[in-house]
Design a protein around this ligand. Structure first.
Ligand code: ADP
Ligand code: MG
Length: 230
């Protein structure tokens, strides 16, 4: 589903070029639940952004479903991000002036779906994340765990095959974090959504089936079910 070939990222800083990601080969199959683990500043978010087409690599190629992201024009890349990938962030990134329902329906509205279709899909999604009674609430009226569930519902609105989550439990206490991990696992196992989750927490990473470890911009380990792969 996702193929990274010799993908690297170099940022131009005042002090000179800075390599955030050294050339990496990563292949992710449909239906996998992957954790990208590593200390702060190791390049996890950079890698996730490259996988999701939020940023382009300095070298190498990223292909999703056979489509090479660097060969898409700006418009095609926007459509790709809006329909093929869902993003979830540590700080939820909900729009504070919009209700839960409006936040969840955002991408569909941007894609000019009808009001009736949006309403039906938002209902379905909020049921899926067990927040059906919070439709008309504003994000500030919800707990962190509830806000993250809204963010996950929003990410799934366009039925993407791939969900990318950057430290989704980073702002949550253990029990709220646990329920987010269970939700991601259920979406992966029951709805067959491929999940790539960045975390620096080994406990959170244990929810995944495969752990890719990155250190100083280098993939140092790629292991599945306890067995070493590289
Ligand atoms: P992590 O998510 O593992 O904490 P990041 O991928 O955010 O790490 O960052 C990896 C390194 O790249 C860090 O040293 C960070 O400062 C640097 N970096 C990330 N984004 C940028 C950017 N847009 N410009 C310059 N440096 C960046
Ligand atoms: Mg990060």
């Amino acid at each position: 589903m996702i193929q990274l070939e010799q993908v690297s990222k170099v940022f131009a800083l005042e002090a000179g070029p800075f390599t955030a990601l050294k050339p990496a080969d990563i292949h992710i199959g449909k239906g996998e639940f992957i954790a990208i683990m590593g200390p702060s500043g190791s390049g996890k978010s950079t890698l996730l952004q490259l996988i999701g087409g939020l940023d382009l690599p300095s070298g190498g190629t990223v292909a999703v479903d056979g489509v090479r992201l660097n060969e898409l024009n700006e418009k095609e890349r926007t459509l790709f991000r809006r329909t093929k990938v869902g993003f979830v962030f540590q700080n939820y990134q909900l729009l504070p002036m919009m209700t839960v329902a409006e936040n969840v329906g955002l991408a569909m509205a941007a894609n000019k779906a009808s009001k009736a279709d949006i309403r039906a899909r938002v209902r379905e999604l909020l049921q899926d994340v067990r927040l059906e009674d919070k439709e008309h609430h504003f994000p500030s009226q919800l707990s962190g765990g509830q806000q993250q569930r809204v963010a996950i519902a929003r990410a799934l609105a366009m039925k993407p095959g791939l969900l990318l989550a950057d430290e989704p439990t980073g702002n949550l206490d253990r029990s709220n974090g646990e329920s987010i991990l269970q939700l991601l696992s259920r979406l992966n196992k029951e709805e067959r959504i491929t999940v790539v989750m960045v975390t620096h927490d080994p406990h959170a990473a244990a929810a995944a089936d495969r752990i890719i470890t990155i250190r100083d911009g280098q993939v140092v380990r790629d292991e599945r079910d306890g067995g070493e792969r590289t």
